[in-house]
Design a protein around this ligand. Sequence first.
Ligand SMILES: [Zn+2]
Length: 406
Amino acid sequence: MIKKVFELAVAVAILVGGASAASAATAQLHEARLSATGTSAQLTLDVGGTTTQKVFTLDRPRRVVIDLAHTGIAPGFRVPEGSGVVSEIRTGHQLGGTLRIVVQLRAAAAARSTWMPETSSGRHQLIISFGDAAPEADTTPRVVRAPHAPIDSDRDVVVAVDAGHGGQDPGATGPRGTHEKDVVLPIARLLASRINAEPGMRAVLTRNRDEFLVLRDRIKRARVAKADMFISVHADSIANHDVTGASVYILSERGASNESARWLAERENAADLMGGVSLDDKDNTLASVLLDLSQSANISASMTAAQRVLAALDNVGQVRKSQVQQAGFVVLKSPDIPSMLVETAYISNASEELRLKNPRQQANLADAIFAGVRNYFEQNPPAGTRFAQARRSTMASAAATASTPN
Ligand SMILES: [Zn+2]
């Protein structure tokens, strides 16, 4: 839910044309103060927002470089004049939005950086000490969080796994009489257990028995579980029994725009969309713009996730179409849960029918779908999840190693 508000905010920023390079900054340098003697110095940086720092020393001339990731310079900021052991301080922006502060020294001096606790104004102070007494430069990156930044938690990513059909709806039937509803349930269960075995992930099955479910109820169960993703598991059927292979579908734009009208017509259903931003009090135009933004962000997230799953399925066997397909399937119509439908194989093909019944093949399919989904969440972790924490620390250590001193 939090993630959706963020995506929406990004979409709105692009809509109003405000997406300049500076808007990528997550922190601002407000003030820098220097106190120095002939042999030691202390530079204090007042930073608001979220950043990571990297401090390192360079020779000829002697200088200490402080890189602040994704940091801009606040209006009115002034670079302190050099004094004592510090001959000059310069600032400049690096590619990727890193703010570089270069402290030029008259004599060799080790540097050490320390973050002080948050001040009452919500800013953080980074103190860099130079001097004979200071130990080697501390280049351990540390993440500083803005007061309004999403609170770190390690909640699980929730994946709704939907076994297609069930009960009075058998789905497709193979040449040997195998029903789709009976082969997709074990695949869905295997997928759910793979997800549940993975730290940071949790699965919810929309059905766990031979039960008939209205399509809209499948979406509803995913929403109730606050799912971060919805995966519907099916097996395909076609008149030409030679056709084989898996395909992955996401919602088409046309299906989405039809759906937008429907959610608007049922305002009470739409009230829990977009992080609890109610559409009740919005006029029709604004409400439909908000819904469209949410939906197009959702389709693009669904596409990214579906591509990962398709690639993983391609690794274990043949896929029917190498591109993600788009259609107006009802189960894909959640406006804010990335959703995909996986046609695991053609049950209408005699050998694929056998494969679909084979527990080993079922496990292979479940493993492939799982691999694609995990890969997606590693790259696109929802805020507040363990995956988001892991991604942040990966990026912080990448920032610490990839230095281009000047
Ligand atoms: Zn089906």
